[in-house]
Design a protein around this ligand. Structure first.
Ligand code: CA
Ligand code: CA
Ligand code: CA
Ligand code: CA
Length: 290
């Protein structure tokens, strides 16, 4: 009996030890997992939302309005980061150009739409910083790809050799409809709506209803072949001139372009010839320093 009692006491103590070991192990494991998950959280932590000071560099200077749509682009010495933020050095050295000539629609209230832009370049690309105030940002492709021209979007017209002439279904000039989704849309030679996303890089940020669209555009000449992957963009050099216009198509949810507002006084028949005829474009001259 004594031996039995002793055995029971030994087994009880062993089980007791085992129980505490298990509890301790579970606690340590929990602590370990806790630490691990905190580290993981940090890894996927989203960056802080940009404030105006961080992203939108304040510049209250009034934009320069050009009826003829002739503008200068100044060469950047630093790499421009296309991130929708205007912190790049060149943007504080260059002035705003006006984008408030109403092409379609009645007089526009400045809270409904107001726009201005800056230009820069390096040997490979044209850079555009567009600031737009728009009370309602409507997704460009919400109503289907073929309604791309009904807004909201920034339209950039480029005629690399300034030849002028028809470009509706050819590539001697382009009318890039830069969508809220980040696509550059135009027609191809088969009259289809296509994305030219490798021509245009775009990023957008906003502070309330003020949107910054920052983009870089590679220039292609009339030899551009939509069936080839080997198209080579044209290099930019000082004093080069291209045909150029820029406009904003404002759709605030009525399913159509309520206003179309551009950088020069007129843009052909009904101010809506730009997507067909590059004769109506303005001009950009590339120069070295601001
Ligand atoms: Ca930037
Ligand atoms: Ca609007
Ligand atoms: Ca041309
Ligand atoms: Ca809008």
């Amino acid at each position: 009996m004594e031996i039995d009692k002793l055995m029971r006491q030994i087994i009880h103590r062993m089980l007791e030890k085992l129980r505490w070991k298990t509890i301790l192990s579970v606690l340590l494991l929990g602590l370990f997992i806790g630490c691990k998950s905190k580290t993981s959280d940090k890894g996927i932590e989203k960056p802080a939302i940009s404030t105006e000071q961080e992203c939108h560099q304040s510049d209250s200077s009034s934009p320069k309005s050009m009826d003829n749509g002739y503008f200068m682009a100044f060469k950047t010495e630093e790499v421009i980061v296309v991130d929708g933020c205007s912190k790049d050095a060149i943007w504080s050295k260059t002035r705003w150009n006006d984008m408030n000539h109403v092409w379609l629609g009645g007089p526009v209230d400045s809270e409904d739409y107001s726009g201005r832009f800056k230009l820069s370049w390096d040997v490979d690309q044209l850079y555009i910083l567009v600031e737009v105030v728009d009370d309602v940002l409507n997704p460009t492709l919400k109503d289907g790809k073929d309604n791309y021209w009904k807004g909201d979007y920034v339209e950039v017209f480029i005629d690399e050799d300034k030849s002028g002439g028809d470009h509706k279904f050819n590539h001697q000039a382009f009318a890039y409809h830069v969508s809220t989704e980040g696509h550059a849309i135009d027609k191809d030679t088969k009259e289809q709506t296509v994305f030219f996303d490798d021509h245009v890089t775009v990023a957008r940020s906003n502070e309330g209803n003020t949107y910054l669209w920052e983009m870089s555009i590679r220039l292609y000449d009339a030899q551009f072949d939509e069936n080839s992957k080997n198209n080579i963009p044209v290099k930019i050099h000082p004093m080069k001139a291209i045909g150029f216009s820029i406009a904003y198509g404002d759709n605030d949810g009525k399913g159509t372009r309520e206003h179309f507002v551009g950088c020069k006084k007129t843009h052909g028949n009904n101010n809506d010839d730009g997507y067909i005829n590059s004769d109506v474009f303005g001009k950009v001259i590339f120069t070295e320093t601001p």
